[in-house]
Ligand binder design. Structure first.
Ligand code: GTP
Ligand code: MG
Length: 457
């Protein structure tokens, strides 16, 4: 089953992102990949078809007799390649005219432009990777945090596939027990209770893994950190400081920030999304009211809230109520901050022992705040002890599997178990496992999965 499919056309695409940079990589895969590369390039004394697999060659790309570029050519012969087909990778100078020309030349020799995710799709079709691994390649490319990266890498190496195999084994064991019951009708062997044990252990395994789904978005998209507090507390000043640029407008007018402002930044190995919000106060201004509504929504969505107090003045009664409300609702994700401590301290409230006193004006104690953020993020990430992360499709299929298992449990709870019916249901559950790994996946699902990929992957 491995190897080159001679029916399929050879495909080509730029694998590196478009944009500035010194070099670019073009990937060609298919039955005629080496032949095409030989027609558009020259290396010293030899043809690419004659060189050993997994070798790199210095050469030139030619359009008739005109040199297009100096390149490095990597030759990888089937079946031990990513796609399972013959693969040529051309490293050329990163100039769009050169890249387009090389692709155009290859097309004139019989290649066609790859569709999105087609290289990975071929790897899957040629049995080089299973579907879970294919998806983790996509997730790996789009990972925004170190942890997500590690987990997607481990998924690529098959940790999810192995977990699924174990689940499949348990189901197969249940099926065998079920079918054994047909043979031993008269014996009073307790097949039912053994199957129940297997199914129960399955459901608790699935439950554990499902919990990782919500965490996945979080660590993939970055930790959301919202700055919340009264007007003029210095939220936008702190936002800009943490971001390292003047993204939000700062002014001494109360109510400067009216909409939520979002910006991403890498810090301490993780990617975080900072959200500056409109100051919380009572107002008649309809735009500000909408802004404040959004502030509350951001507080709710955030993984961490930086609750900013203005150290230069006392809270009004209304503000006390607003702050208390937020603390009551979200205490576990709040870091309390007393800003403007460079000014005369007029703030007389006891908020929390751990309140961090800072001044964005003098850059005072910002490092302490950063440490505190890091500590909170690490606490969040530590909870994610699963070795892999689910995506939406995998999550939906697990839900489906869970439903099927609950049907099976219903059958098992009956006074006299109908083993034939049970066996049909267990078989269905096994089918849904196969959907996860892609063993008998429908064409439509497959296209939907690979469409998410970039061209060149
Ligand atoms: N002295 C002093 N002034 C500060 C400090 N931080 C912010 N300010 C000033 O306080 C005022 C309000 O700052 P902003 O960052 O706009 O406050 P905000 O919380 O975003 O206000 P709104 O957007 O209106 O809700 C500005 O004049 C800042 O220069 C600080 O640490 N010390
Ligand atoms: Mg502001």
């Amino acid at each position: 089953m491995f190897g080159i499919n001679q029916q399929e056309k050879t495909i080509i695409a730029q694998a590196t992102p478009k944009g500035s940079g010194a070099i670019a990589l073009i990937r060609i895969s298919g039955f005629t990949a080496i032949e095409i590369a030989d027609q558009i390039s020259k290396i010293k004394n030899k043809k690419l078809s004659e060189v050993p697999t997994r070798t790199i060659h210095y050469g030139h790309i030619f359009d008739d007799n005109e040199i297009i570029d100096q390149v490095m050519l990597i030759v990888m012969k089937a079946p031990n390649t990513f796609t399972g087909e013959d693969v040529i990778e051309i490293t050329c100078h990163n100039n769009p005219f050169i890249i387009d020309k090389i692709i155009e030349l290859a097309i004139s020799k019989g290649a066609r432009i790859a569709q999105q995710g087609e290289f990975t799709k071929r790897a899957f079709l040629n049995g080089k990777i299973d579907l879970l691994q294919a998806e983790s390649i996509n997730d790996l490319i789009h990972s925004n945090t170190q942890i997500a990266l590690k987990k997607n890498l481990s998924q690529l190496e098959g940790s999810f596939s192995n977990w699924i195999l174990k689940i499949e084994e348990k189901l197969l064991k249940s099926l065998v027990l079920c079918e054994a019951s047909f043979e031993f009708l008269d014996d009073e062997i307790e097949f039912g209770s053994q199957i129940i044990d297997e199914i129960n252990s399955l459901t608790s395994e699935i439950k554990k893994i499902k919990q990782t789904f919500n965490n996945k978005q979080q660590i993939k998209d970055g930790i959301r950190i919202a700055l919340i507090g009264s007007v003029n507390a210095g939220k936008s000043s702190l936002f800009n400081l943490l971001l390292g640029k003047n993204r939000s407008i700062v002014s001494n007018l109360a109510g400067t920030t009216r909409d939520s402002v979002e910006a991403g930044v890498y810090n301490n190995d993780f990617y975080m999304t900072l959200i500056d919000t409109a100051g919380l106060r009572q107002t008649d201004d309809i735009i500000e009211i909408e802004g404040i509504k959004r502030s509350h929504e951001e507080a709710q969505k955030a993984d961490i809230i930086l609750l900013v107090f203005d150290g230069s003045r006392n809270l009004t009664e209304k503000e006390k109520e607003i702050y208390n409300n937020i603390i009551e609702k979200y205490s576990s994700k709040i870091i309390s901050i007393l800003n403007k401590v460079d000014l005369k301290k007029e703030f007389g409230h006891q908020v929390s022992e751990n309140i961090i006193e800072i001044s964005t004006k003098n850059n005072l104690n910002i490092h302490l705040l950063n440490e505190k953020i890091k500590e909170k993020v690490n606490n969040l990430l530590e909870k994610l002890d699963s070795p892999f992360l689910l995506n939406q499709r995998q999550f939906n299929l697990l839900l489906d599997l869970e439903n099927k298992l609950s049907d099976i449990k219903k059958l098992l709870s009956q006074q006299s178990i109908e083993y034939e019916l049970l066996s049909i249901h267990i078989n269905e559950a096994i089918q849904s496992i196969c959907e996860l790994t892609g063993k008998n996946i429908s064409e439509k699902t497959m296209d939907a999965i690979f469409k998410e990929f970039c061209v060149g992957k």
